[in-house]
Ligand binder design. Structure first.
Ligand SMILES: Nc1ncnc2c1ncn2[C@@H]1O[C@H](COP(=O)(O)OP(=O)(O)OP(=O)(O)O)[C@@H](O)[C@H]1O
Ligand SMILES: Cc1ncc(CO)c(N)n1
Length: 267
């Protein structure tokens, strides 16, 4: 197989732990050629998001077409999309090229509480992007927001996953980082028919900035490399587990995960 290529359509995190930066580091670690289309610049560090400067739908589409018309790609992911106009433009260009290995991380709110997706954009995310989605990776608050359901028990998670699949996502992974299990971080995978669990040992750490971006980027890298979804998910879970275990204590707040820990461990 030729060199696998992956694109991330997301926001830039100046602090380097989440967004475009996390995605490109993860692609690189997994041997995938990484490309980017930047939807917004964020001024951000380990203490939070200081400012958000969205780009324009035209700028996003032009970046994507530069890639689509020349280099091509094997898989793509979306992260912070910020507004409904950017979502509509991204959905249109995905349809135009007919790309199908599409991972959507429905980034909404940063861990410090800053808004990364406008409330008015949620409808566009559901109606425009979810029908094009191969794998949707919400955390629990995002799954609640998209479905209007309150997730307290395992059965609630399953109901939310079914509802998200009914919106058009072919696979749904509801991540367990935000649940109240003190021993394990378990992600629920729904393939439209059956449920499976991806289990990891919960690490007691504050250095979890960018976990969601890193997990979905590792998944995208696996798909770009030609792995089946199950194998790509297992690799992504092992990648994020190692990255959280090796979390980096830099800055004065929530440090980033360690993107090189997985490779070091497996060498
Ligand atoms: N403390 C932890 N220990 C082990 N695994 C964790 C921990 N926190 C999150 N995870 C795992 O990390 C991955 C990302 O999940 P999480 O729910 O944190 O995403 P997120 O909230 O979208 O992250 P982000 O802050 O980037 O938005 C999942 O596989 C989850 O199970
Ligand atoms: C740019 C960006 N994307 C995603 C997240 C979610 O972690 C973040 N904090 N910043």
């Amino acid at each position: 197989m030729s060199l696998p290529r992956a694109l991330t359509i997301a926001g830039s995190d100046s602090g380097g732990g989440a967004g475009i930066q996390a995605d490109l580091k993860t692609f690189q670690e997994l041997g995938v050629y990484g490309m980017s289309a930047i939807t917004a610049l964020t001024a951000q560090n380990t203490t939070g998001v200081q400012a958000v400067y969205p780009t324009t739908p035209d700028a996003v589409v032009t970046q994507i077409r530069s890639i689509g018309s020349d280099i091509g790609l094997d898989a793509l992911k979306t992260g912070m999309l910020f507004g409904s106009d950017i979502i509509q433009a991204v959905a249109a260009v995905i349809r135009e090229y007919g790309w199908t290995k599409v991972v959507v991380d429905p980034v909404m709110i940063a861990k410090g509480g800053s808004v990364l997706l406008q409330e008015s954009a949620i409808h566009a995310l559901i109606t425009e992007l979810l029908p094009l989605t191969e794998v949707l990776t919400p955390n629990i608050p995002e799954a609640e927001h998209l479905t209007g359901l309150s997730i307290k028990r395992a059965t609630d998670k399953r109901e939310a996953a079914r509802k998200l699949a009914a919106f058009g996502a072919r696979h749904v992974i509801i991540k367990g980082g935000h649940d109240d299990d003190e021993q394990k971080a378990t992600d629920l995978w729904y393939d439209g028919r059956d449920f499976y669990e991806l289990e990891g040992k919960r690490i007691d750490t504050v250095h979890t900035h960018g976990t969601g971006c890193t997990f979905s980027a590792a998944l995208t890298a696996g798909l770009a490399s030609g792995l089946e979804l199950k194998a790509a998910l297992e690799q992504a879970k092992a990648f994020i587990q190692a990255a959280i275990e090796g979390g980096i204590a830099i800055g004065h707040g929530r440090g980033p995960t360690n993107h090189w820990a997985y490779k070091r461990k497996s060498c």
